[in-house]
Design a protein around this ligand. Structure first.
Ligand code: UD1
Length: 432
């Protein structure tokens, strides 16, 4: 079975280039089929969640032309209003729910298999549905596990979100861009990928104001047109490399980032003793000594991102002192702690809080990735550990990290994706 083998102990050092943001790309690719004209999208990360959504829009009639590994041209004119989005991949990824908003907005009808995604909690879509209904859509569940949304006419509405939801904010934006009149989303999510999707829609002729604040106003337009757009860098991939640099006491220059999107992470790293050097589109993280303890609570942007919670826990597990991490977004996001314990970590989980007593070192172990970000965090732990680790269930990691082992090897890590016993022996032999 494909897995990663890692020999830990090398401080990471050098430069790494960050890919386009997966979560922004999911929204933008779904929105790209809201016009009959051709759109060109650049800086698309080459990861399995993105391949799944591209495949889903192709299957329902969009023409997708790959220009190079990170760009493609999409024409959605072949998609009919009776399109049904359903295949095994669609059911596994979370971002497929964006096709409900985009197809409803464009065709006044969407039928999409219920979203999957990482098993980190209940992850309901009631706020999405509440928004679609407020716009005048009839939304119901139909077998086998489909969400159907349809409307004669979509009319702008005032929508107050009960919880701050990235997915619901983006979905309601897409459903309302061509509605009659004005839609207001209050208590909207402010994440960079919400802003990026709004910018993309505006470049197609939409009229969206306020994305990035908690009130977004959308004036309906008649139709959208073609555009060329480049996706923002991935804030979570960048953060993962920042924390990997810190955990291995390395010195890494992370290129192609927007430092503003990383502020909460840089503040935490500085607080525990890292040196951070920022320039226009680069961040350098230097850690020369054992780091200190801190507390953090995950919150919607610009708070500490839940998608970086496992990575900071891994780092604090090696820091000097006791740290407390509180998860306030998802209820089931500490499953990886059992794996860290195998490596010698001292972490007690009580409800949505992890109490972390830093240990001097981790020891290599056989580990299983419980989800995407926790999988990446276990790789960080393995890179910092003494000895060899084997990390399984890497299909989770491959959903969101492009060329993860290759990029880490470029920084001096010993990590290999092994498929066969022969690969495994080769790796073991290499490191003896
Ligand atoms: C997105 C990201 C995910 C990230 C999360 C929070 C994508 C594809 N995924 O997920 O990586 O961890 O934002 O930053 O972009 N909620 C409801 N009802 C709803 C919707 C959400 O109660 O209708 C709750 C969720 O259970 C959760 C919270 O709201 O507790 C935030 O969820 P949301 O922001 O919607 O996350 P996702 O869009 O699923």
């Amino acid at each position: 079975m494909a897995h990663y083998m890692v020999r830990g102990g090398n401080p990471l050092s050098g430069e790494v280039e960050i890919a386009g943001a997966k979560n922004a790309a999911l929204g933008i690719l779904a929105a790209s089929v809201m016009t009959n004209e051709t759109v060109t999208i650049e800086n698309i990360p080459d990861v399995s969640d993105i391949r799944a959504i591209l495949n889903a829009i192709e299957e329902i009639g969009a023409h997708v032309e790959r220009l190079d590994r990170h760009s493609c041209r999409i024409n959605g004119s072949g998609i009919s209003s009776q399109a049904v989005v359903d295949n095994d991949y669609v059911r596994k990824i979370r971002g497929s729910y964006y096709l409900i908003g985009s197809l409803l907005g464009r065709h006044r009808r969407a039928a999409v298999a219920l979203p999957g995604g990482c098993n980190i909690g209940l992850r309901p879509i009631d706020q999405h549905i509440k928004g679609f209904r407020a716009l005048g859509a009839d939304v119901y569940l139909a077998p086998p596990g489909m969400v159907v949304a349809e409307a004669e006419v979509l009319r702008g509405a005032h929508i107050y979100m009960d919880v701050v939801s990235v997915g619901a904010t983006i979905n309601i934006m897409m459903a309302s861009v061509m509605a009659e009149g004005t839609t207001t989303i209050e208590n909207a999510a402010k994440e960079p990928h919400v802003v990026d999707t709004a910018n993309f829609l505006n470049s197609m002729g939409a009229n969206i104001k306020g994305a990035g604040t908690d009130v977004i106003r959308i004036k309906g337009v008649q139709k959208l047109h073609g555009t060329t757009y480049s996706i923002i860098p991935d804030q979570i991939e960048a953060g993962t490399f920042m924390f990997a640099a810190a955990a291995t006491r390395g010195d890494v220059l992370i290129k192609n980032v927007i430092p503003k999107h990383l502020e909460f992470l840089t503040a935490k790293l500085t607080e525990i003793g890292c040196q951070i050097h920022e320039s226009d589109d680069e961040v350098r993280v230097v850690a020369t000594k054992r780091l200190g303890a801190t507390n953090a609570k995950t919150l919607p942007y610009p708070g500490f991102p839940t998608d970086m919670q496992p990575q900071i826990t891994v780092l604090l597990g090696l820091s000097n002192g006791v740290s407390i991490i509180t998860e306030s977004i998802f209820e089931n996001r500490f499953k990886y702690v059992d794996e860290l314990t195998k490596m010698g970590a001292s972490i007690r989980v009580e409800g949505n809080t992890a109490i972390i007593t830093g240990v001097g070192k981790y020891t290599g172990a056989n580990l299983s990735s419980p989800d995407l970000r926790a999988g990446a965090a276990l790789v960080i732990a393995a890179l910092a550990a003494e000895g060899v680790s084997e990390i399984y269930d890497i299909h989770y990691i491959e959903r969101g990290y492009e060329d993860f082992p290759e990029k880490l090897r470029g920084l001096g890590a010993e990590i290999e994706r092994v498929d066969t016993d022969q690969d495994r022996r080769r790796f073991s032999f290499k490191i003896v």
